[in-house]
Design a protein around this ligand. Structure first.
Ligand SMILES: [Zn+2]
Length: 395
């Protein structure tokens, strides 16, 4: 890397993190010559990426001018797409959320319709909340394995959401890039949820996230902050892990005993004769009412799901040795039955070495975990490598 590039990245990193907000402070912290710092700051200001404003009055003398990432430098869009509800967020380049929206994207209607609708929703958010700011990056989470280059959905028979037929091999990123005229990264939804939770100040890594929705998926973020995606982007796709050896329910994949066929939100609704209807949240409302009223059949069914989830979690815990296990998704957030059932099964199955310092909790971000992770990933893409080169060469 050219030495000017190195200097520029150092300066930008300090301004982004807020560790240094004046030219003098940056020079002190980086040991770069003041003239070098001045040059790089001038460059960042002239690109519109950094703003330099009058600071507040100090006791004596002129206050130093304050450097920060300019709110006008651009925006990023984050989407957590799911069959039940899709969450969107628009943020500036400091990560400050400008707008949120929960909407419905028809993923079962196939990629063409769903991606057009998604593009339309993002464009409308931009028009309403940041009409004059350039869109710098978009990150989309989907409930399916995504190739590690963040472009294409791989949805063979191991599909978590059986409603995603027609998506296999879809170049999601390319399609959305054409609609939105901005770089797009696609990732598995649970990877983004894991990333979102790991951004939390109190989160201790490695962090394992298990989403219990229409299907079941997991994601791992290492203590260093790396998402484990696997060779094909399918790491953590545990919906078809054979866990219920006595179950005779035939899964969509043709086998029996799959985790998703006994412990998913969809499986629980099915066994309780609650329809998985056009309004996907109808089922969760009904399930919530039944559990709140203490309906014994419902509680027993949820506890059985929780035990199977805990058995699967115990396996994953012994593979990844996480410090934190976070449960998310519609079923996990329903009530504490799931959490306590998972805890009991994990403590029963995993050796004490794995559980002694392990925290098991439900998602603190709830249905915002996915967009929080997507926002973090989008900022990372904007400020590193190609993203930064693009940012500095536009305008
Ligand atoms: Zn299966």
């Amino acid at each position: 890397m050219h030495k000017d590039d190195v200097a520029l990245r150092k300066v930008l990193a300090l301004v982004r993190s807020g560790e240094a907000t004046s030219r003098a402070e940056i020079a002190r912290r980086t040991s770069l010559a003041r003239s070098t710092v001045g040059q790089q700051v001038d460059h960042l200001v002239s690109c519109g990426l950094v703003s330099e404003d009058e600071g507040s009055e100090t006791v004596r003398g002129r206050p130093p001018r304050v450097l920060r990432i300019s709110p006008q430098a651009g925006v990023i869009a984050a989407a957590d797409v799911d069959g039940t509800a899709t969450h969107l967020a628009l943020s500036d380049l400091t990560g400050k959320v400008l707008a949120r929206e929960t909407t419905s994207i028809p993923i079962e209607a196939g990629p063409h319709r769903a991606l057009n609708d998604l593009g339309e929703r993002i464009r409308s958010l931009l028009a309403d909340h940041a009409p004059d700011r350039p869109l710098r990056h978009v990150v989309v989470g989907l409930p399916a394995p995504v190739t590690p280059d963040g472009c294409t959905v791989k949805a063979p028979v191991t599909l978590r959401a059986a409603t995603m037929s027609g998506w296999d091999g879809t170049p999601v990123a390319t399609h959305l890039e054409e609609v939105l005229s901005a770089p797009v990264t696609v990732d598995n939804d649970v990877n983004l949820m894991a990333l979102g939770e790991s951004c939390h100040d109190d989160a201790q890594g490695p962090l394992l996230f298990i989403k219990v929705g229409a299907g079941i998926g997991s994601g791992v973020v290492t203590a260093e902050g790396t998402v484990l995606r696997g060779a094909d982007g399918a790491a953590g796709d545990i919906n078809h892990l054979r866990i219920a050896h006595d179950s005779e329910v035939v899964c969509a994949c043709g086998h029996t005993g799959c985790l998703g066929s006994v412990a998913s939100y969809r499986a629980v609704l099915h066994d309780l004769d609650i329809p998985f209807t056009e309004d996907p949240l109808h089922g969760s409302r009904q399930l919530a009412e039944l559990t709140a009223s203490g309906d014994p059949t419902t509680l027993r069914r949820i506890r059985r799901a929780a035990t199977h989830l805990g058995e699967a979690a115990a396996l994953l815990i012994q593979v990844h040795n996480p410090r934190t296990l976070v449960l998310g998704g519609l079923l996990a957030q329903l009530n504490d039955e799931v959490l306590s059932g998972v805890r009991a099964a994990v403590y029963d199955r995993a050796a004490p070495l794995f559980t002694r310092k392990l925290t098991i909790t439900t998602s603190t971000l709830s249905d915002r975990a996915g967009v929080t992770g997507a926002t973090a990933l989008a900022l990372d893409r904007v400020f590193h490598d190609d993203g930064l080169t693009r940012l500095l060469s536009h305008r």
